[in-house]
Design a protein around this ligand. Structure first.
Ligand SMILES: Cc1ncc(COP(=O)(O)O)c(C=O)c1O
Length: 408
């Protein structure tokens, strides 16, 4: 018996687990462990984490405590309870002004956006089928499309294009072949917020080339100095798109695992069919608890304001150290050109810069070298409360000044 001969090609076949390539996040993890070991007394400032630093709102936690004791919540949830679909519809209305979504046919819950992204290719991708995704970005939909034998075309997000893909640069013949177009706004990692103009262009492109837009709105409520916007609120949006919403970031419910897919009824039905054959739904008590807060803009506003405060201060700290930093339009990420050197050292890549900052300054960030060299600073850094934020950011400022970073 040799399990090694049994693995599917999509995960490396007989080579699965044998290669010792180290991926980006593992490199960061190892460098952090080494820095902690080398300087145990120095606090590691972690601007790399991609998940909220706070608890879910009390109203939602209290609701869960009540719902968990109700016998009617004990069983399989299958494709979800109606109350959550209705509440999700209310959320689309109160946050984004989207009023014409039918909760019964145009909304279905997910156990978070990640599994929904993993399931959507099962609905659309046959071997050889094509899809577009933007890079850098969250790769789950494309990974699963590739697992199924699909082909993925990467569209670069360039700073000079406002971190939107250049739709005019796409070969029309290729667009005609594509079935899915994955976008994510507010964007991880660039922090770009959606605009009505971009969504309208994308809707027209999707109609022209007969493809489905998958808009990953995991950060939809984290928007700064502009209006929140849903592709489903744009003319023709729900004809050509599904939008994925998540409780993870808007309500600090990361580990609770709850979100929903909304939009084109046929696409939602296909997702529900695949989902019904993949999982048995999120715990009903969690869905009920979410109903207690999902459409309450004031609950989510406190979370948004927390990141805005931190990001505004982070911009100042980074600018003082020489970074070309600016307030993002959305998300909790600040994406900025990586330094090209420090005292006596040159960085060829953002990864070099990130490794140096961890090793020499005990400051962790995430490097992106896909389209230019950028570092992502996350406003989810650990602190002991709002007053402690200033201390952490002051520490960051000092360490970055000391590093004498250069930018060419
Ligand atoms: C762009 C993007 N989409 C989706 C997710 C996953 O969200 P969820 O917790 O809803 O699965 C993340 C999480 O980091 C993300 O950054």
């Amino acid at each position: 018996m040799d399990i090694q001969t049994l693995f599917a090609d999509r995960i490396g076949g007989s080579q699965f687990g044998l290669k010792d390539e180290i991926y980006k996040f593992e490199k960061i993890k190892r460098a952090k462990a080494a820095a902690r070991k080398a300087r145990p007394a120095v606090e590691l400032l972690d601007f790399g984490v991609g998940e909220p630093d706070q608890m879910a709102p009390a109203a939602i936690r209290e609701a869960l405590k009540r719902e968990v004791d109700k016998p009617e919540n004990r069983g399989y949830a299958d494709n979800g309870i109606r109350e959550f679909k209705v509440a999700a519809g209310e959320y689309l209305k109160s946050f984004f002004g989207v009023t014409d979504i039918d909760p019964d046919t145009e909304i279905n819950h997910s156990i978070g956006s990640k599994p929904a992204l993993a399931m959507l290719p099962l609905c659309f991708i046959n071997p050889g089928d094509l899809m577009f995704q933007t890079v850098p970005g969250y790769p789950v939909l494309a990974t699963h499309a590739k697992y199924l034998g699909g082909k993925v075309v990467n569209l670069p997000l360039k700073k000079e294009m406002g971190f939107f893909p250049d739709l005019d640069a796409i070969d029309p013949a290729m667009a005609d072949q594509a079935k899915l177009f994955y976008v994510n706004y507010p964007n991880n990692p660039t922090g770009a917020a959606p605009t009505a103009a971009f969504f309208d262009r994308l809707i027209a492109f999707a109609k022209k080339h007969n493809l489905l837009v998958v808009q990953d709105a995991a950060y939809a409520t984290l928007i700064y100095n502009r209006d929140r916007i849903s592709i489903l609120g744009r003319p023709g949006g729900k004809e050509v798109a599904v939008e994925l919403h998540s409780m993870s970031k808007s309500y600090n419910m990361t580990g609770w695992r709850l979100g929903f897919v909304a939009g084109n009824a046929k696409a939602v039905a296909a997702y529900a069919a695949v989902k019904d054959n993949s999982d048995s739904g999120q715990f009903k008590a969690i869905q009920q608890a979410a109903c207690a807060g999902i459409a309450d803009v004031s609950l989510s506003e406190g979370i948004r304001a927390h990141y805005q405060r931190r990001l505004e201060k982070l911009v100042e700290v980074l600018k003082a150290a020489g970074f070309d930093a600016a307030m993002p339009g959305g998300s909790f990420f600040l994406y900025t050109s990586a330094p090209t050197g420090a005292e006596g050292v040159t960085f060829k890549t953002a990864e070099d810069a990130s490794q140096y900052l961890i090793r020499e300054c005990s400051v962790s960030t995430v490097p992106w070298d896909d389209v230019g060299a950028f570092l992502r600073f996350s406003a989810t850094f650990e602190s002991k409360g709002p007053d402690d934020d200033d201390r952490v950011l002051g520490e960051l400022a000092e360490r970055l000044q000391r590093a004498k970073l250069t930018f060419s």
